[in-house]
Design a protein around this ligand. Structure first.
Ligand SMILES: [Mg+2]
Length: 212
């Protein structure tokens, strides 16, 4: 069965002569929390930084946490209005360019499918012109699918320990980097890194790890 992506991964022409890097977008290429926190403030909301989750951490003026459907709403509005203007994680664009000389790169992002086009435009604006697929849910199935057709060396870069775990459980031979550029987020994630092969908080370290 094809994993649930937009567009379908079957449309991706894989190059078997180069290693493949599957790279997340939010928090790896785009500085999601920085932009999202600013957006929350414009709505008189704030982020509480108590755990690695949106649920329970988005508070209103009365210190009440938003419920699930309110969170879905705010995330949708955020992506609707801010996807094309989100700032980049330091070093992301240039590092991907350097890595692309010896590696194929594919961007796999859990942005809702309806915002695919906005993100595609944002990537292009930043000079990040690699095949881009939106995914929904755990990424393990999608990355396993790519690994099965590629058969060579694969890297997976993501800030989510849950996504690293999902990929590792599907295919343990995929090389994983848990990359967190945001130091506040890093503090919340540090204890959750038991599935990753490498932990990093700088793009220059990702380059060293992958090219060595
Ligand atoms: Mg992410």
């Amino acid at each position: 069965m094809q994993p649930l992506t937009f567009p379908k991964l079957i449309s991706y022409k894989i190059k078997k002569d180069k290693p493949l890097i599957v790279c997340d977008a939010d928090e790896v290429i785009f500085d999601f929390m920085y932009s999202f926190e600013k957006y929350l403030h414009t709505k008189s909301l704030y982020f509480n930084w108590k755990s690695y989750a949106l649920e329970g951490n988005i508070l209103n003026k009365k210190n009440e946490a938003l419920n699930k459907s309110q969170i879905t709403n705010i995330i949708n509005n955020f992506f609707m209005h801010e996807t094309e203007s989100m700032s980049l994680v330091e070093g992301a664009a240039n590092s991907l360019k350097i890595l692309s000389k010896q590696n194929s790169i594919i961007i796999l992002s859990n942005i809702p499918f309806k915002f695919y086009e906005k993100r595609r435009i944002a990537l292009k604006k930043c000079g990040i012109n690699f095949p881009f697929f939106a995914n929904t849910g755990p990424k393990g199935k999608a990355v396993k699918y790519l690994s099965d057709i590629h058969k060579g060396k694969i890297w997976f870069i993501d800030d989510s320990p849950y996504q690293i775990k999902s990929v590792k459980l599907e295919e343990k031979n995929i090389n994983t980097i848990l990359f967190v550029g945001n130091s506040k987020l890093e503090a919340l994630i540090k204890s959750k890194n038991k599935y990753c092969d490498h932990f990093s908080n700088k793009w220059e370290d990702n380059i060293k790890t992958i090219l060595n």
